[in-house]
Design a protein around this ligand. Structure first.
Ligand SMILES: Cc1cc2nc3c(=O)[nH]c(=O)nc-3n(C[C@H](O)[C@H](O)[C@H](O)COP(=O)(O)O)c2cc1C
Length: 368
């Protein structure tokens, strides 16, 4: 029987072999923005996971736009050269199409790696000034960002465009804008972090003005055959924050700006909301389903998608066109191989590992 999860999907002129996507995951393992051997191993492995698309972690368009000292960047020739080596490696040895997530961390920049505390960098750890739409810290004890002026905005648009050009030179198959999880572009969209009363704030239309300016400027340099998408927060899970109704408006606006797909995630806008993220299976799926139906744009969803059956049902029932998995791929980098075995689908296997496949290894059936 054909399984929806293993059906190909075309985004702009790019063909994905299936609907399984490795979600972007910060590794906090870059040196001054430059990818390291860790990325070579991590991305090389996931390029061979059987997923149709692998999205490279949040990659920052400016040094000062990084979340931590270890975050990946694409703002210098050294950043570009290191990522180019890794992309070439993934192409030689793997099968996933390669996307990159471009971001600016806004008021969540200048913080510690999660395993070093995950808080704002203290004075002894080389912090740097941060920017956001309004001068409101992410939470108690966080840096107060400087409210951006129009020169800052013009500079950030240029930074996104320059990083997108570098990504295209490297040969990425798709480019994705990070408009989620409380980082700068989400910071503008959410009324929790954007309290401006000029044309860049106020109504949702005003709050979306700057993210859409970035989207249109990046679209202008990304050829129409190359998918340009965005991950956005569909709910702030917070009183007075973004809701599912806003998610539909955001998706429609991104479609209008020429984007080829959206990824509906949620949360991240404020420390206050941190414990409020749902922990139920597929918690973003209902919002993604609405977005897909009402905005009529190819939609990916993410968040506690864990089992092959669950992933298959989301796609088969038309609730999303693609599913992204993050922690399930860290837990099992061969998740898509095992999903194919469980559901009776097929994904690419490197020939070196063919003897561990169900056709050649009776043990494949015993491990379930
Ligand atoms: C280690 C780690 C790093 C992450 N880094 C990013 C990131 O760079 N960009 C992003 O949009 N989401 C990031 N996320 C969020 C995931 O992409 C995903 O949306 C979230 O973990 C929920 O999906 P899951 O339940 O499949 O893990 C990260 C998650 C993890 C676990």
């Amino acid at each position: 029987m054909t399984r929806a999860l293993f059906e190909p999907l075309r985004l702009a002129a790019l063909n994905l072999a299936n609907r399984i996507v490795v979600s972007p995951m910060c590794q906090y393992s870059a040196n001054d923005g430059v990818a390291s051997d860790w990325h070579m191993t991590h991305l090389g492995m996931l390029a061979n996971s059987g997923a149709g698309m692998l999205v490279v972690e949040s990659t920052h368009v400016a040094r000062s736009g990084r979340i931590t000292h270890g975050c990946l960047g694409l703002y210098s020739d050294a950043c570009e050269a290191a990522l180019a080596r890794i992309v070439a490696h993934c192409r030689r040895i793997g099968s996933a199409k390669l996307a990159i997530q471009l971001s600016h961390a806004g008021r969540k920049a200048s913080s510690q790696r999660p395993w070093e505390g995950g808080k704002a960098l203290p004075a002894a750890e080389d912090p740097w000034p941060t920017i956001d739409p309004s001068a409101i810290p992410f939470g108690l004890g966080w840096h107060t960002p400087r409210a951006m002026n129009e020169d800052d905005m013009a500079r950030v648009v240029t930074l996104f465009v320059e990083a997108a050009k570098r990504a295209l030179r490297i040969g990425f198959d798709a480019v994705e804008l990070h408009m989620a999880h409380g980082y700068l572009l989400h910071g503008f969209t959410s009324p929790v972090s954007n309290t401006r009363n000029d044309q860049w704030g106020g109504s949702l239309e005003g709050r979306l003005r700057f993210p859409l300016e970035v989207a249109r400027a990046v679209r202008a340099v990304v050829p129409s055959g190359t998918p340009l998408g965005a991950r956005f927060t569909g709910s702030d899970w917070m009183e007075g924050g973004l809701t599912g109704n806003d998610a539909v408006v955001i998706a429609k606006a991104l479609k209008e700006a020429g984007l080829d797909y959206v990824d509906v995630s949620s949360g991240g806008v404020s420390l206050e909301a941190q414990g409020k993220l749902p922990t139920s299976a597929g918690y973003n799926v209902p919002i993604a389903e609405r977005v897909r139906r009402e905005a009529q744009i190819p939609t990916r969803t993410v968040g506690l998608i864990v089992s092959p059956k669950q992933a298959e049902a989301i796609v088969a029932e038309g609730r999303a066109d693609m599913v992204a998995l993050a922690r399930a791929f860290l837990d099992d980098p061969h998740w898509a191989w095992h999903a194919a075995t469980a559901l009776g689908g097929e994904v690419a296997h490197p020939p070196q590992y063919a003897r561990a496949g169900p056709a050649l290894w009776p043990g494949a059936a015993m491990r379930r």
